[in-house]
Design a binder for this molecule. Structure first.
Ligand SMILES: Nc1ncnc2c1ncn2[C@@H]1O[C@H](COP(=O)(O)OP(=O)(O)OP(=O)(O)O)[C@@H](O)[C@H]1O
Length: 633
């Protein structure tokens, strides 16, 4: 597990509460180690002549029923009290982590059973659980450690579950999955280090609670047994003579309160410190307050993205089969195709977001001239985090509903751009302004639900621009929006592309959108690119029967509204049941025996246009505008 960055600790220690709590905790821990070594003899020395004496110069806190010095006994008891409390906390955190990570390690079904059990256990009061386990494990220190440990476990399991689930959904964990890491390694290398901070903070606070619980069990006679003694036992012993000699109970009681406070205050101070963090935990590049500039310097003539033979395979199907294209700075390329043609999987594969059991392979997948599939995790994460922006279909699920928009945008620059919290927030406001969110400074403080759909999508684009993106992949970015807002968002993407010199890959099922905003169009069918042509060539020079059918299915102002809408006959192909020949053959008016027996290759012509059809030349005779083809006619 990684510990919080040095600067965070330094920050915590600089605050008065942090410094006080740290000093107090250090004293308690030091005493726990040294007191049993230094004063054990004085603490156990019996003096029958001075039984139950009150405080005096010889015995600052008086003596107990055997004339032993209470002050020394309280000091020596620090070792057992703190040691056992820490042990119980370790048991609780360990068991909690195991239970919390179970859904990730065991898979969905077994994970659900564990989660249900944890949910039930969390509902029981901790002290009740501790008493129950104390009875199960028997009276004594070991039993009490296990009892308190297991009583703490459900809360830690719940916390670990939430944290693990949150981190598991992050891009870099998905990326690590694609890199083929096993579940255990994924947990150890990518998940646990990222959930360590809140767990450590909670464990510190829980240690205070364990100390209290342990004293309680010992006080009740269920914990530490004679001749051993901890604060709880001393408290129990002292209580019997409370009216004669209150110091005998007050001294161990005060020790419990002070030590408990030390753990609690220190835990709270760290929590606050983490919240006030002014530098990212990792990685920490040298960049300072200056606006984030392009982190990867590339030869402008080189493509931003070069893809060859991209494949996405799942057990039993290969929904993306050999996709290849290049994208240059400032260029806009569109991918169109019906639902299920593999557009989204292509985008996810580019962003390294395909999850197991899916597998991505490619003859070439170079982003900013770096082979994405071969880069070390950390480098790939940084490269994608700074230069690759993704705008998803549903603006509602793109943001964390519990965090303010500005904070979510700022996080990107804190993580990857090396900006401080304040600087990152300033940049977030600037980016929100850039994507034309009105009153950006005020809006930055709002939660996602306070934004309209279009504004959320603009904020998402703004988030993509927190770094210096070289590529924006927008997957159906306007599907969830109404028509006027759709236009605004598309225009915004277009202006970002033009002004920031960013490459844009626009994915849509709507060929008219792609035609309008992109200079090149890739038409996908059954996981392959079947045609690649300049948008200006649509509709006249489209040579694939599928492209022409897509165009023909788009109604326009001249479409006769009395007639049923045109559709492409037949159904899209299931990637698990691909035919031997051309996948479009069953729906194609030009299909013949050759089409049914051999899949046509994607062939470029002298102008760089590519088409995969045995009858590409004949296809230009097919209708490509809506009123020319109607189902049922
Ligand atoms: N996790 C998965 N496991 C197996 N098959 C999948 C998985 N995800 C997607 N597919 C299949 O891959 C094919 C392509 O899916 P993809 O989401 O890329 O299509 P799309 O063209 O983006 O369609 P839409 O516009 O509906 O999102 C579909 O047939 C889909 O069923």
């Amino acid at each position: 597990m990684t510990t919080p960055a040095k600067s965070t600790w330094a920050g915590v220690l600089r605050t008065p509460v942090g410094a006080g709590a740290a000093g107090l905790l250090a004293a308690v821990l030091l005493l726990a180690v040294l007191a049993p070594l230094l004063w054990s003899d004085q603490a156990s020395a019996v003096d029958t002549g001075r039984i139950l004496e009150g405080p005096s110069g010889d015995h600052w806190m008086g003596t107990d029923g055997l004339g032993r010095d209470i002050f020394f006994r309280v000091l020596v008891a620090t070792g057992l009290s703190v040691g056992l409390a820490l042990l119980a906390t370790a048991v609780g955190v360990g068991a909690g982590l195991l239970l919390g990570a179970a859904p990730m390690l065991l898979g969905r079904r077994a994970g659900r059973v564990v989660t249900a059990a944890v949910n039930i256990a969390v509902a029981f009061p901790g002290l009740l659980l501790a008493l129950f386990f104390a009875v199960v494990f028997g009276v004594g220190a070991t039993g009490a450690v296990l009892a308190i440990g297991f009583a703490l476990a459900p809360a830690f399991a719940r916390l670990a579950q939430t944290l693990v689930a949150k981190v598991s959904g992050l891009d870099y964990v998905a990326a690590a999955r694609i890199a083929g890491l096993g579940r255990l390694r994924l947990l150890a290398r990518h998940v646990l280090p990222n959930v360590a901070e809140p767990l450590v903070v909670n464990a510190t606070i829980a240690a205070g609670a364990a100390l209290l619980a342990f004293s309680g069990l010992s006080f009740l006679g269920l914990g530490v047994q004679a001749p051993l003694y901890d604060w709880g036992r001393l408290l129990g012993d002292g209580l019997s003579s409370l009216y004669v000699h209150p110091a005998a109970a007050l001294a161990p009681g005060t020790a419990v309160v002070v030590a408990g406070l030390a753990f609690n205050l220190f835990g709270e101070a760290i929590a606050k410190g983490i919240g006030m963090r002014t530098t990212p935990l990792s990685p920490r590049p040298r960049a300072r307050a200056a606006p984030v500039r392009r982190p990867v310097v590339t030869d402008e003539a080189k493509p931003v993205l070069a893809v060859e033979g991209l494949r996405v395979a799942f057990p039993g199907s290969t929904p993306v089969r050999g996709v290849g294209f290049t994208l240059r700075r400032g260029a806009a390329v569109g991918i169109v195709g019906e639902s299920g043609s593999g557009k989204t999987l292509t985008a996810l594969a580019l962003a390294q977001l395909i999850e197991q059991p899916g597998e991505v392979s490619a003859d070439r997948l170079d982003f900013l001239d770096r082979p994405l599939l071969d880069l070390p995790d950390r480098e790939r994460k940084h490269l994608l985090g700074t230069s690759f922006a993704m705008v998803f279909q549903d603006p509602m699920t793109s943001f964390n509903p519990t965090q303010r928009i500005g904070r979510q945008l700022a996080e990107v620059s804190e993580q990857h751009g090396g900006l401080s919290r304040g600087q990152a927030l300033e940049r977030a406001i600037d980016r929100l302004q850039a994507v034309r969110v009105p009153a950006a400074a005020r809006r930055a403080k709002q939660f996602p639900h306070e934004f309209s759909g279009g504004m959320r999508q603009r904020a998402m684009i703004g988030m993509g621009m927190m770094g210096a993106p070289a590529l924006i992949v927008a997957d159906e970015p306007t599907t969830a929006l109404d028509v006027t807002v759709q236009r605004q968002v598309l225009r915004l993407l277009d202006s970002v592309r033009a002004h920031e010199d960013v490459a844009l890959l626009l994915i849509s099922h709507d060929i008219t959108v792609v035609r309008r905003f992109c200079e090149r169009v890739l038409v996908m069918y059954a996981g392959r690119i079947v045609e690649d042509l300049p948008a200006a060539d649509l509709p006249a020079r489209a040579r694939h029967p599928y492209t022409r059918a897509l165009l023909a299915a788009v109604p326009d102002m001249n479409t006769d509204r009395e007639q049923p809408l045109a559709v492409i006959p037949g159904r899209p192909i299931d990637p698990a049941e691909l035919p031997v020949g051309c996948a479009f053959a069953t729906r194609c008016p030009l299909a013949d025996e050759q089409c049914r027996s051999a899949d046509p290759p994607l062939v470029p012509d002298e102008e760089g246009r590519r088409v995969a059809c045995w009858h590409a030349d004949a296809a230009t005779g097919l209708p490509a505008v809506a009123e020319e083809v109607r189902v049922g006619e």
